[in-house]
Design a protein around this ligand. Structure first.
Ligand code: NI
Length: 393
């Protein structure tokens, strides 16, 4: 039988490796779908542990399977590993060596944590009934995302339950953010071309002014959240880009508008592009302009399973104490972890990684983003104990 003293000792022994791996990934970040060296490092490190069956579901992802001595449940654990197109401004010695590329979301930590968990489980094989499946996923940051591809490659076949975690700097280290049900929204994107008629800005009667018409489109899109949909259903419609490239005396023929839509409710999600197009069509027609409208559905929303979430919450209370549990509200961010949840119930959880006293306060995707590395060991411990609990349930 496995006793927690032994496991805690192993977690302690793995601590420095996990920090070392995280710093290695941090220093050598790679963009989504280009995680060649990162995935090779993960593959080689996993191979050195022994007892794991390794495969490459896609070019830059890795799957490791620890098949226990007796049959039982299959529990999958997922870590993403891609970085972002950001120039790092941190000055520590393991700052990014790749100009314009940075681990500014903590995925370096996710990959390191899951390596640590795999290292520990690889020596516990004789104590495991069932299987622990480690999914090192590429391209979380860039639609269409790596998760969908991995699911298509069969990584979720026969999986009973899945857990994923995200290091989270808005949450202080030591806290674990648990959410029942809806957790992360569906992130859709759109782009609109308002097509008018360019010309001399001194003679507006000869032009169809795409700038003023575009501005009205932007303003009227705000009616969708304010006036056209149920106030009790979360929805964001944000215009983030408005390009009217011209000169002070030339009215541009077109403006380009784009942005994002975030929602949870599937019916609401379906209705938003229809309302958007009605507004765009009405306004452009009223002023003699025309339009092109493109709407791209992103990841599905992340909806956590109550039973798996409860197991995580119980685990947190048992190993970190009641104070560590932070029940948190859904967020309008998105994550392709939802692709796995189409195949098996699971839960996504936030592991606190901020530390105000140490100045680790920057938000995700910021050039000064960092994590408190004590969060790494907490992540390892959480995944180990939650997995054992799920295997035994
Ligand atoms: Ni992330």
């Amino acid at each position: 039988m496995l006793d927690s003293r032994t496991i805690d000792h192993m977690i302690q022994e793995t601590k420095d490796y996990v920090i070392k791996w995280r710093r290695h990934f941090h220093q050598n970040p790679e963009l989504s779908f280009h995680e060649t060296k990162t995935s090779q490092f993960i593959y080689d490190t996993l191979e050195s542990f022994g007892n794991l069956e390794l495969t490459r579901p896609t070019k830059t992802s890795v799957m490791a399977r620890l098949i226990g001595s007796e049959p039982g449940k299959i529990i999958a654990l997922r870590a993403d590993m891609d970085a972002l197109p950001i120039q790092e401004e941190n000055k520590f010695e393991y700052a990014s060596k790749n100009p314009g590329v940075m681990h500014a979301c903590g995925h370096d930590g996710h990959a390191a944590i899951l390596l640590g968990v795999a290292k520990i489980f690889s020596v516990l094989r004789n104590y495991i009934n069932g299987e622990v499946r480690f999914l090192f996923q590429h391209a979380e940051e860039l639609f269409p995302g790596g998760a969908e591809e991995m699911v298509e490659a069969g990584v979720m076949d026969n999986v009973d339950q899945i857990i994923g975690l995200h290091l989270w700097s808005p949450l202080e280290v030591g806290k674990i953010g648990v959410t029942y049900g809806p957790m992360l929204a569906a992130p859709d994107t759109f782009s609109i071309s308002v097509i008018g008629k360019g010309g001399h800005a001194a003679y507006p009667q000869q032009t169809i002014d795409s700038v003023t018409i575009g501005a009205q489109v932007v303003n009227n899109l705000q009616h969708i959240v304010a006036k056209n949909t149920d106030s009790l259903e979360p929805l964001v419609v944000s215009v983030t880009r408005f390009i009217a490239d011209s000169s002070h005396n030339i009215t541009p023929g077109t403006v380009e508008i784009s942005g994002t839509v975030r929602s949870f409710n599937p019916g609401l999600r379906e209705s938003v592009p229809i309302i958007m197009e009605r507004i765009i069509k009405g306004i452009t027609e009223a002023h003699g302009a025309s339009y092109e409208f493109r709407y791209l559905r992103g990841y599905r929303p992340v909806i956590n399973d109550d039973k798996v979430t409860l197991v995580i919450e119980e685990t947190v209370r048992e190993i970190f104490g009641d104070d560590a549990v932070q029940l948190i509200k859904p967020s309008m961010g998105g994550d392709d972890f939802s692709a796995y949840l189409q195949k098996a119930p699971g839960a996504y959880v936030f592991v606190g990684a901020g530390n105000t006293d140490k100045g680790i306060v920057y938000p995700h995707h910021h050039p000064c983003f960092n994590i408190d590395e004590n969060a790494l060991q907490i992540g390892v411990k959480l995944l180990i104990y939650s997995t054992i609990k799920l295997l035994n349930k």
